[in-house]
Ligand binder design. Structure first.
Ligand SMILES: Nc1nc2c(ncn2[C@@H]2O[C@H](COP(=O)(O)OP(=O)(O)OP(=O)(O)O)[C@@H](O)[C@H]2O)c(=O)[nH]1
Ligand SMILES: [Mg+2]
Length: 305
């Protein structure tokens, strides 16, 4: 079977709700890169949009544990189809679940309405966000209601994930030591909801109050949708439903997120991420042809002309 034919079959299967087709389509997207989307109008303008929730925060804050709880509630109380794309920059693995997450998400492994995929940053495309940009579209096509995007740490990845997601939540714990001051720069600004996790341990009340006080200085505090802080324990489940209810309120208010998908700002961010990987691939290929100083001179003259 040729690649085009395979792609068309996977697209059709994905649209029919076949999970194996979705898994294969994700692999085709990861390996084939932007050209797969370019050739596929259905991926460019999918009939449905899965509400994308970015869940980010420091390593070990409890992101995966919280996601597992959220999946449970969405399945139980709302019967939604839930996808997870766990982006793990430290992991060399792609194409399947990372071991720790496999254990953490194990409760949902047999649920046909839950689909979990992990993505290492050293995937074949190189660029982390480029793969994510491509793969999220497959979840739209598959008709998922919600797609959770887990990313770790804070840096370029998180800032980029903001453009991919329709709503961003940051998971924090009171255990950082130096409270709000110790938070990495940029973390406050990117989220609309904050989960102060591990509230079963001491310090959560003080931390949550500090966070709320800091957010009062945020210009968004004057808007109709100010950032919100939730104290919870992903381990015991306490407080998770309130957090989920807020995310549900956003998800079901289509005007609050859907039109933003097609904003030039977001389409440009996507174009930028995808063009960057292609450009990098071309640069590497051209550079690998350089054998002599003359070759180098020719290449440099080529780019400066
Ligand atoms: N006490 C307590 N422990 C928790 C809670 N949530 C998560 N943990 C524990 O914290 C550790 C890290 O949890 P994960 O869910 O893997 O955290 P993560 O943010 O996904 O971690 P990375 O993906 O590695 O960055 C695990 O041992 C969890 O059992 C909580 O609410 N309370
Ligand atoms: Mg995790």
């Amino acid at each position: 079977m040729g690649r085009d034919q395979e792609l068309q079959e996977r697209i059709q299967g994905t649209m029919n709700g076949d999970t194996r087709s979705l898994a294969k389509l994700l692999t085709l997207l990861e390996r084939g890169g932007p050209s797969v989307v370019a050739q596929t109008p259905k991926l460019l303008e999918p009939p449905k949009s899965a509400f994308r929730v970015g869940i980010t925060g420091p390593p070990g804050a409890g992101k995966s544990t919280l996601i597992s709880r959220l999946i449970g509630l969405w399945r139980e109380k709302y019967d939604l189809r839930v996808g997870v794309l766990a982006v793990d920059p430290s992991s060399p693995f792609t194409d399947g679940a990372i071991l720790g997450d496999r254990i953490r998400y194990h409760d949902h492994a047999l649920d046909p309405k839950v689909f979990i995929r992990s993505l290492g940053s050293r995937g074949s495309l190189g660029g982390l966000s480029a793969s994510a940009w491509l793969m999220v579209r497959a979840f739209d096509l598959a008709g998922f209601d919600v797609l959770l995007l887990e990313t770790v740490g804070v840096g370029q990845t998180e800032l980029e994930i903001m453009n991919v997601a329709d709503h961003v939540s940051v998971v924090l714990t009171p255990e950082g030591g130096d409270g709000i001051q110790g938070m990495k720069a940029g973390l406050m600004e990117i989220a609309s909801t904050f989960a102060v996790n591990k509230a079963d341990r001491p310090g959560a009340d003080v931390f949550a109050r500090e966070l709320e006080a800091a957010l009062e200085l945020d210009p968004r505090s004057m808007s109709s949708h100010p950032p919100k802080v939730f104290k919870l324990s992903a381990l015991t489940g306490d407080g998770v439903f309130d957090f989920l209810s807020e995310i549900e309120a956003v998800r079901t208010d289509l005007l609050r997120w859907k039109p933003h998908r097609l904003e030039p700002r977001r389409l440009q961010a996507e174009g930028r991420a995808l063009m960057m990987v292609e450009a990098e691939r071309k640069v590497r290929q051209a550079a690998s042809q350089i054998q002599t100083s003359q070759d180098l001179g020719r290449v440099l003259r080529g780019i400066s002309s």
